[in-house]
Write a protein that binds this ligand. Structure first.
Ligand SMILES: *[C@@H]1O[C@H](CO)[C@@H](O)[C@H](O)[C@H]1NC(C)=O
Ligand SMILES: *[C@@H]1O[C@H](CO)[C@@H](O)[C@H](O)[C@H]1NC(C)=O
Ligand SMILES: *[C@@H]1O[C@H](CO)[C@@H](O)[C@H](O)[C@H]1NC(C)=O
Ligand SMILES: *[C@@H]1O[C@H](CO)[C@@H](O)[C@H](O)[C@H]1NC(C)=O
Ligand SMILES: *[C@@H]1O[C@H](CO)[C@@H](O)[C@H](O)[C@H]1NC(C)=O
Length: 495
């Protein structure tokens, strides 16, 4: 398969940068990683609401300093009024900066084109040199390309390291006045655009924001930084952030000669007082193998991005990588805000727990497990690198052979919106015909006869209103289990 031959750009990048870091820096990072991890969790798992976000996280507010005195409260209230009057952020306010290469584009465009909307999304894929005949004519479903120019006075030795900055500089020149956000991504980042726009709309684009997510891997974060935005998951810089960064860019490159892309952005922004705001829906996916466990227990936050499809197994059993991506995008087209959102309910007569990851998978357990446990991803995947535990920045559940612990797994099959456009039905089919042995301790109710799960939900769904709940409607003695998603009752307990 073509994908298998693809080179591991990221891997070589990682090892290259780690060589650039001195050992003492590394040890320091490891020593303080525990404390940072704690902080990270405090931030990542207490996502504040829009208004609160502005107050808590706006790292720099230049308008504030001009009238810093008794009138400060008046200033901040008038600025939040401005935000209220401002038209909300839409797709035309975003400028994508995709750093690609002529060597990989042939394989990678398959991860960009499923979400790119020609003539609507703005931005470019940046190439290190003009595309050869094998890449031309340039497809109109792809983002337009732009070839990096050597506009910076910098030693040729560090060309690769600073390509991201060059691309950002060129994007800035091409950007229209209405641009609010520059979104930096790799050429294998899959975005969920509507969710991205909605997430960015929660922040004030007139302030200095740097919005992204760190790695799932404790090791990667220890080597680079826990508060660095990883380009694979993508990160967004507000317009003023880009202005500030470009002004001080050459100076910063000189200070960190040889430091690569994302780490360089992080260091330059940090030194300018602009810190990362974490968005849980952005995923670097520094993992190998089968990530279905992670995708079946996504945090309660809209899915914004996925990455590293060439490194992980295809995300759907029996499909190749590209088909898997296209398959997931089918549900995204119906309702992006619900994709991968976890909904849990119980069939108490059978001692079953049912966990749905909308548009992706359904798990049926032969035990009543509380939500706080099912929220932990099953560790089906392998880490980017084996180091001492903890491997991940989140808790996991071990994969075992215990039928009371392991679910019968179903994967997304098809989606249907009813004629009235009020209900959306997603179907999930069992992964293998393998019988899961019964769990005798909980009454011997094996779900092995169930081959399909049908999940019915209202089409209208808004994130930010908390989780949803569900009912197992009908245990059909034949093969289909039906689950209906509904609003949770007041103070409903999932346990
Ligand atoms: C986005 O909002 C601007 C106003 O800021 C408006 O002029 C433009 O038409 C909108 N674009 C889309 C695609 O909705
Ligand atoms: C994009 O716009 C150009 C010119 O405005 C047009 O020729 C082209 O067909 C459009 N492409 C798509 C995919 O709509
Ligand atoms: C559409 O909705 C109306 C009113 O809610 C209902 O009477 C009708 O049966 C529905 N039709 C279908 C095909 O579901
Ligand atoms: C459910 O499991 C418990 C043990 O965990 C058992 O005592 C009970 O009988 C089971 N219920 C049914 C309906 O099998
Ligand atoms: C089981 O589901 C099938 C297909 O949806 C349906 O035709 C049948 O009536 C159902 N049986 C029961 C007992 O609900």
């Amino acid at each position: 398969m073509a994908f298998e031959n693809n080179n591991n750009t990221k891997l070589t990048k990682v090892s290259h940068i780690s060589q650039n870091l001195s050992l003492s820096t590394l040890w320091k990072s490891i020593a303080i990683s525990g404390a940072l991890l704690f902080l990270l969790h405090t931030f990542a798992f207490n996502h504040p609401h829009k208004r609160l976000t502005h107050k808590l996280f706006a790292p720099l507010d230049f308008s504030f300093s001009s009238s810093f005195s008794s009138s400060s409260s008046a200033v901040s209230s008038s600025s939040s009024l401005q935000i209220a009057n401002e038209p909300s952020t839409n797709i035309s306010h975003l400028m994508f900066v995709i750093v690609g290469s002529t060597k990989t584009w042939r394989y990678r465009r398959g991860y960009i084109e499923p979400w790119w909307r020609p003539n609507i999304t703005k931005g470019h894929v940046f190439l290190e040199r003009p595309p050869g005949r094998n890449l031309l004519p340039w497809p109109h479903q792809s983002p337009p390309f732009s070839v990096n120019k050597d506009s910076l006075k910098i030693n040729n030795k560090f060309k690769t390291q600073i390509r991201l900055f060059q691309s950002l500089k060129e994007s800035f020149k091409k950007a229209s006045k209405e641009t609010r956000w520059f979104v930096i991504a790799d050429d294998d980042t899959l975005f969920f655009l509507d969710n991205l726009v909605e997430a960015l709309d929660r922040y004030d684009h007139k302030k200095h924001y740097y919005i992204g997510m760190n790695s799932e891997n404790v090791w990667s974060n220890a080597i680079f930084a826990f508060d660095m935005g990883y380009g694979g998951g993508g990160y967004a810089l507000s317009y003023p952030t880009v202005v500030t960064l470009l002004n001080k860019m050459e100076e910063c490159i000189g200070r960190y000669l040889g430091v690569y892309s994302d780490l360089l952005s992080f260091r330059c922004l940090s030194d300018l007082g602009i810190d990362l705001t974490l968005e849980k829906g952005m995923h670097q996916i520094d993992m190998h193998g089968d990530i279905s466990g992670l995708l079946s227990a996504h945090p309660q936050s809209p899915l914004i991005s996925l990455h590293h499809f060439d490194v992980i197994n295809p995300i759907f059993p029996g499909k190749n990588r590209q088909d898997s991506v296209n398959h997931l995008m089918k549900t995204a087209k119906t309702d992006e805000s619900r994709v991968l959102q976890q909904t849990i309910c119980y069939q108490r007569g059978n001692n079953w727990s049912v966990s749905i990851s909308w548009g992706y998978s359904v798990h049926i357990y032969q035990s009543i497990f509380p939500r706080n446990y099912l929220k932990r991803p099953l560790e089906t995947f392998q880490p980017w690198k084996y180091v001492r535990t903890p491997l991940y920045t989140f808790n996991t559940r071990r994969v075992t052979n215990d039928p009371c612990e392991m679910p019968r797994q179903f994967f997304f099959d098809s989606v249907l919106v009813d004629k009235n456009q009020t209900l959306v039905t997603t179907m999930y089919s069992v992964k293998t015909a393998r019988r899961l042995p019964p769990c005798f301790a909980n009454g011997n109710h094996s779900p092995s006869h169930i081959s399909q799960v049908r999940v019915i939900a209202a089409t209208i769904h808004k994130m930010g209103e908390g989780i949803e709940c569900c009912d197992v409607q009908n245990v059909n003695s034949t093969q289909i289990l039906e689950v209906k998603i509904r609003a949770c009752h007041k103070d409903e307990i999932l346990a």
